[in-house]
Design a protein. Structure first.
Lengths: 231, 148
């Protein structure tokens, strides 16, 4: 049973083709890395899944349905930029999420905030960039969603916090959920991935089990990426 | 502490090797309970499915058995444990010989070098043992000198 499916999916921005007729099926219970150089279509794919864009041709399906308000209840999305109301303090953000999402678990979020030493009384915009990213990830992972779409979740944080975030992802996704992580920091994310999807100029270059790829190529996923996308 | 992995080798194989070593060395003792997959996956910083795959291999090799409700346990089968120790030590010896041959050493030279090293190594290991017990003098903790 696939939880995210693309059928002949094409997205054009005017003359520019961002995604070109892609077919992709992702199963629940997996952590999937979506990798590719800048401009290869990663964010476009995620935005299509989140109904922030509509396909030019073809379909994208979440749990068998086309994206819309009803699929947002089952998809937890972390954009690649600040997206929370910046004037709120962290505690009111928790209430904000409780109002919006039935599957949000505030106790879990509070516990993670505490273990990262983040004071809930702080106003969001007064936090450092890295701390804002941590707060956003905590909010995203504290939902009990079927699909997590994480667009560059570790780009702005220090290596110790990266480890914490990756552990958070491993420990908080349920066995029936799909976690799709777009990133170009492959080496950091590699050990937590089941599968990788390589995007290249709007095409799917490769979709394979991460360990199978290491076995087949004798390289790390990161090493193989550098080979495929050599400039 | 996150586990370290080498490039180009499937992660489940690296986990498998580590688990085999810990079982062979008794770090996970015979009959002992193993931590749950998720907990070990978190400790290692790897995907739970990858950890699960390594556990499945351990089960297939008979080193680990699972009891439906209470978790996974290390085997108490002496023969299986002996065998895993043998195969791990062969791997290490094979690597040693390969690398020393690469250095240009011959069979006798390697044997002599290993002998010389081993006699020094075990001598210092034993003298360390003899000095340590002085701190705990209670008779139960007394270490008896090895026969032979």
């Amino acid at each position: 049973m696939s939880v995210l499916e693309c059928r002949n999916l094409t997205k054009k921005y005017g003359n520019l083709t961002a995604l070109d007729n892609i077919d992709l099926t992702l199963e629940p219970g997996r952590i999937v890395g979506l990798v590719g150089p800048n401009g290869s279509g990663k964010t476009t794919l995620i935005k299509l899944a989140q109904h922030m864009l509509t396909p030019t041709e073809g379909q994208i399906l979440i749990g068998g349905a086309e994206p819309g308000p009803w699929t947002k209840g089952m998809v937890s999305y972390l954009p690649d930029r600040d997206f929370l109301p910046s004037w709120m303090n962290v505690d009111s953000l928790l209430h904000f999420y409780m109002d919006f999402y039935q599957d949000f678990d505030p106790d879990r979020a509070r516990q993670m905030l505490e273990s990262l030493g983040i004071d809930p009384r702080m106003t969001f915009k007064k936090l450092s960039k890295g701390t804002r990213e941590k707060v956003q990830l905590i909010m995203t992972m504290s939902r009990k969603a079927s699909v997590y779409l994480l667009d560059e979740p570790i780009a702005g944080v220090d290596p110790a916090a990266r480890d914490y975030i990756l552990r958070t992802i491993i420990s908080s996704y349920s066995e029936n959920a799909l976690v799709l992580i777009s990133t170009h920091l492959i080496a950091d994310v590699e050990p937590v991935l089941d599968e990788v999807v390589f995007l290249k100029q709007g095409h799917i270059e490769l979709h394979e089990n991460a360990d199978a790829l290491r076995e087949r190529t004798g390289m790390s996923v990161d090493g193989y990426f550098r080979e495929v996308y050599k400039c | 502490m996150k586990w370290q992995f080498e490039n180009g080798i499937p992660i489940y194989l690296q986990i498998l090797r580590k688990m085999r070593t810990e079982i062979a060395s008794g770090a996970y003792p015979p009959g002992g309970k193993l931590p749950p997959v998720r907990e070990l996956a978190l400790e290692a910083g790897v995907n739970p499915n990858t950890m699960q795959r390594a556990f499945a291999e351990l089960e297939r090799d008979g080193l680990v058995f699972s009891q439906r409700t209470s978790g996974r346990f290390v085997t108490e089968d002496e023969e299986a444990l002996r065998q895993i120790r043998r195969s791990l030590s062969e791997e290490i010896i094979n690597e040693l010989c390969t690398r020393l041959t690469h250095l240009g050493m011959g069979r006798e030279e390697i044997r002599a070098a290993v002998d010389a090293w081993a006699s020094g190594y075990f001598l210092s290991a034993e003298s360390e043992k003899e000095t340590k017990p002085e701190r705990e003098l209670s008779p139960e903790n007394e270490i008896k000198p090895k026969e032979s």
